[in-house]
Design a protein around this ligand. Structure first.
Ligand code: CO8
Length: 264
């Protein structure tokens, strides 16, 4: 569909931002198309999502500079909100998102990757928040998520200097979990998605919510968030069957089976 493709592969999906002529830059249409693709994902059917960019050069080279160049203050704020609302949807979507960063992840590209749960990248990837060189601030969550993901000092250095970093530095500062040769990146991301999709879906969903919501709360409130989401898993067939399978295995190792977790 439009500038964003989705391929459903069993219990996971691969979403590709597909505007390679502009290095997958995010204009309003791309944001709308991505929103429509999210609308079409049933979290009871799809249990993990890989997000990547079309082509071999760029994940997403930022928000569309041409579109932004003539915006008024009010329009700039509205465009920021449009991106922020969409990226927050990804961040809170009830299944994990893995960003497979296959090249440039600049400005809005770095920001959309940071709204995903997990980031892995190609050895050719380049990350950066070049906005101050364009006379603006990062406006799709960069000032907030980068400081939370890496140290505030490193986030400030990247944002104030507008200096791009390569994959090895992104790995060193904890912005990505792993670096792969480009041709191995998507298979690795899909393997991770498949592994996640095999686990109990309510439990995975509740883990995402517990981590995200807990990070925004003080520790006393955060552990209550965890307790509630932990309790919510009980009495589900997945919990009953997952634990019964372990006990059967203890009783007689031959009785062990791969649990086919359902969304119950
Ligand atoms: N917006 C629009 N078009 C772009 C963008 C972009 N961000 N990036 C690349 N393109 C286009 C180029 O204009 C070019 O198009 P054309 O062929 O029609 O001239 C095509 O993609 C290929 O790009 P290049 O020829 O420049 O390719 P190079 O390999 O020479 O360079 C770079 C690759 C280094 C990635 C270079 O394209 C570049 O610097 N791009 C801009 C990167 C950037 O600054 N991104 C941040 C943008 S600002 C942002 O994301 C803010 C987010 C928050 C918004 C808040 C709103 C209020």
């Amino acid at each position: 569909m439009g500038f964003v493709d989705i391929e459903k592969k069993g219990k996971y999906a691969v979403i590709t931002i597909n505007r390679p002529d502009a290095l997958n830059a995010l204009n309003s249409q791309v944001l709308d198309d991505l929103g429509a693709v999210l609308d079409g994902i049933d979290p009871d059917e799809i249990r993990a999502v890989v997000l990547t960019g079309a082509g071999e050069k760029s994940f997403v080279a930022g928000a569309d500079i041409g579109e932004m160049s003539t915006l008024s203050k009010a329009e700039g704020e509205a465009f920021g909100k449009k991106g922020n609302d969409l990226f927050r949807r990804i961040e809170t979507f009830p299944v994990p998102f893995i960003a497979a960063v296959n090249g440039f992840a600049l400005g809005g590209g770095c920001e959309i990757a940071m709204s995903c749960d997990i980031r892995i990248c190609a050895d050719s990837a380049v990350f950066g928040q070049p906005e101050v060189g364009l006379g603006i601030t990062p406006g799709f969550g960069g000032t907030q998520r980068l400081a939370r993901l890496v140290s505030p000092g490193m986030a400030k250095q990247m944002i104030y200097t507008a200096r791009n970093i390569k994959a090895d530095e992104a790995y060193r500062i904890g912005l990505v979990n792993a670096v792969y040769p480009l041709e191995e990146l998507l298979p690795a991301a899909e393997k991770m998605a498949e592994t996640i999709a095999k686990n109990a879906p309510i439990a995975v969903r509740n883990c995402k919510k517990a981590i995200n919501d807990g990070l925004q709360a003080d520790i006393d409130k955060a552990i209550v968030i965890e307790e509630k989401l932990f309790g919510d898993c009980f009495e589900s067939e997945d919990q009953r069957e997952g634990m019964a399978n372990f006990l059967r295995k203890k009783d007689d190792p031959k009785k062990v089976k791969v649990v086919d977790f359902q969304n119950r």
